[in-house]
Design a protein around this ligand. Structure first.
Ligand SMILES: C[S@@+](CC[C@H](N)C(=O)[O-])C[C@H]1O[C@@H](n2cnc3c(N)ncnc32)[C@H](O)[C@@H]1O
Length: 273
């Protein structure tokens, strides 16, 4: 299948901003239109889980706990589209002093990842003891949070909707965007993560010297991303030497698949000026 893109005309650029402002292309639609979007799902209450519009849901401590972590001086790394979560979980375990946030619009994948994070919390506490809340059913028995567990929070919001509402400007040390969906068809282009307003958003949220780490197995998507990012005044040209800032890491599920099938992968590392 062909992945097509061309340098944007002024008109196309203006259209991309208009689509963005109208909330077009958000995965799952615009959360503001969803009934009950100010409430957390029951399975997310008092878990390291958040949605932008449910931060003030007082049935749980989620909003307060996340805001406190965001107000701390822990370096913040964000992965957008973590899928199975192997990369993010490994990274969070290697750097327990940092704060990690993962966005994944597939709620099922987010819940599976939440279960992995909970297991880790129990293991790192060195105990299997469980806490039972009188209000909850047996399925909702929650593991006791551990101070040794990595600070790793998850959201099933579209990152394009959540980031502007939850994360302060200049707060992020690294964005990891690994093998995003190419959205091959022309009529689906609006769902593609990378667009001029999305690059503005990354530039606003990254702190000076912060890193945008991008990988794809679609060469043309890599070229589109390089074009969009390198034409943004806030970013320097991709520099492979910056890979050392990431260090050892486990591959994502997609990257693992590429390795097994001998498929090439294109990697870019853009520093925020
Ligand atoms: C092709 S998969 C790659 C998953 C993983 N990064 C990997 O390399 O195995 C892309 C993932 O991004 C998620 N995704 C797509 N658009 C997103 C968005 N706007 N915000 C958050 N997640 C998104 C999709 O649900 C999907 O799981």
């Amino acid at each position: 299948m062909d992945f097509t893109w061309e340098e944007l005309s002024d008109e196309e650029r203006a259209q991309a901003y208009a689509d963005w402002d109208a909330g077009k292309g958000l995965i799952g639609g615009d959360p503001r239109m969803r009934p009950g979007s100010h409430l957390l799902p029951p399975w997310g209450i008092d878990q390291p889980f958040f949605r932008a519009l449910a931060l003030d849901d007082t049935r749980g401590n989620n909003g307060t706990a996340l805001r406190a972590l965001l107000a701390s001086d822990r370096p913040l790394e964000i992965e957008i589209g973590f899928g199975r979560g192997d990369f993010l979980l490994d990274r969070a375990q290697r750097h327990p002093e940092r704060l990690f946030i993962g966005y994944e619009t597939k709620t099922k994948a987010t819940r599976l990842m939440l279960a992995r994070v909970e297991r880790l919390a129990v293991e790192s506490a060195g105990e299997g003891e469980m806490r039972r809340d009188g209000e909850r059913s047996a399925e909702d028995i929650a593991p006791r949070p551990s101070p040794l567990a990595p600070a790793l929070w998850l959201s099933d919001d579209d990152a394009r909707f959540n980031l502007p509402r939850v994360i302060d400007d200049d707060r992020v040390a690294m964005f990891h965007i690994l093998f995003p969906d190419p959205w091959w068809k022309n009529e689906h282009k609006v769902r593609r993560l990378f667009s001029p307003p999305f690059v503005d958003l990354l530039a606003a949220k990254l702190r000076p010297g912060g890193l945008l780490h991008f990988k794809s197995d679609v060469q043309e998507y890599g070229e589109l991303v390089r074009y969009l990012v390198e034409n943004h005044p806030a970013f320097a040209a991709s520099d492979a030497a910056l890979a050392s800032a990431i260090g050892d890491a486990v591959p994502t599920h997609r990257e693992h698949w590429c390795r097994r099938h001998g498929k090439p992968v294109w990697a870019y590392y853009f520093a925020r000026r």
